[in-house]
Design a protein. Structure first.
Length: 333
């Protein structure tokens, strides 16, 4: 593990992941975090001008990565039960001909929403008819603290899906270990890209993850993380209802994030500045879309205690009211 290793990743961990997903190890590539897995897949499949369907909103790094490669990004509205599949079908029928549809199915970043079973089935049907690949980007799958776990799209139709996940959310973020599961030919192509990029990913990090998984310690870690996230999400929802009654949000069933829609016309840029003065941070909704999102924001509850969440939301409410008061004063003048 202290040598250069191989571009496919630490072989014992690769084999463990393959067994977990019921595939041959040749269908697995272990990378330095799931973002690098994403980047390798985009390099392998997306050419300048290629259409790629993504959720609206979606992870800001995904937007940056696709746009830097010259992709024709087609954003489709996200609903509380996942991407609007009827709108996806309209985009396809209009002739978009995408190479890829990037979907974060469980506890989506930034919205926290989960793709329903019926929508998973319909997306797979559309992929079969229109010939595009579904990129199932699933780093939060193990972090469900309410409701019933849904099958991955890859388990439902392996031929149409490339799957990615990460140990950053279940072991620790600093470990930087993610992976891809896909067709053997595609994984072989991406392995060549990986070889040219770094010879091999971090064998030491991947060996640590392997021992953590092999020993069974990861199961206890997941339960600890889920219990903490459940308490923090509940605290956040209660605090928002109390301090920001005008806010609209969907309580998450897992994951790290909650999406907040404030009344139309709210200047989130001004709220952001007023919140920063109170030592409160959030990410503006406009960061997760190509245009719009000015009245929305993402709150991440994973790295703060319940007490900090309650105080943070109180200060956020102050920032929102101060901003609204300034607008009213300016309008009156």
């Amino acid at each position: 593990m202290t040598a250069y290793g191989t571009a496919v990743g630490y072989p014992p961990l690769r084999a463990w992941i393959a067994e977990k997903h019921g595939v041959d190890p040749a269908q697995v590539l272990v990378t330095n975090g799931s973002m690098q897995a994403d980047a390798f897949l985009f390099d392998a499949l997306v050419e300048p001008g290629d259409a790629v369907v993504v959720e609206r909103p979606t992870y800001d790094r995904t937007l940056l990565s696709l746009r830097s490669r010259g992709a024709d990004v087609r954003m489709v509205e996200l609903e509380p039960d996942g991407i609007d599949v009827a709108a996806v079908e309209r985009v396809l029928a209009a002739g978009a001909n995408p190479k890829l549809a990037h979907i974060i199915p469980n506890f989506q970043n930034p919205a926290g929403y989960t793709l329903s079973q019926s929508k998973r089935e319909r997306l797979l049907e559309l992929a079969g008819v229109y010939g595009f690949t579904i990129f199932e980007d699933d780093p939060y799958v193990e972090l469900r603290f309410e409701g019933e776990r849904l099958p991955t799209m890859r388990s439902m139709d392996p031929s149409a899906v490339v799957y990615a996940s990460s140990f950053s959310k279940t072991v620790c973020p600093g470990i930087r270990v993610g992976y891809l599961v896909g067709p053997t030919e595609l994984i072989a192509k991406i392995t060549k890209l990986a070889t040219g990029t770094y010879i091999s990913p971090s064998m030491v990090s991947q060996a640590i993850v392997y021992e953590f998984c092999r020993s069974g310690a990861i199961e206890g870690s997941i339960e600890t993380v889920k219990a903490a996230l459940k308490e923090r999400a509940e605290t956040l929802c209660e605090a928002l209802a109390r301090e920001l009654p005008e806010a609209r949000f969907v309580p998450p069933q897992g994951g790290y994030f909650l999406w907040v829609d404030l009344p139309r016309g709210t200047d989130v840029n001004a709220v952001f500045a007023a919140a920063a003065e109170r030592e409160v941070a959030f990410v503006k909704g406009s960061d997760f879309v190509l245009e719009g999102g000015e009245s929305s924001l993402r709150l991440a509850y994973s790295g703060v205690t319940p007490a900090e969440i309650g105080e943070g939301v109180r200060r956020l409410g102050e920032a929102l009211r101060e901003t609204a008061s300034r607008v009213e004063s300016a309008d009156a003048a």
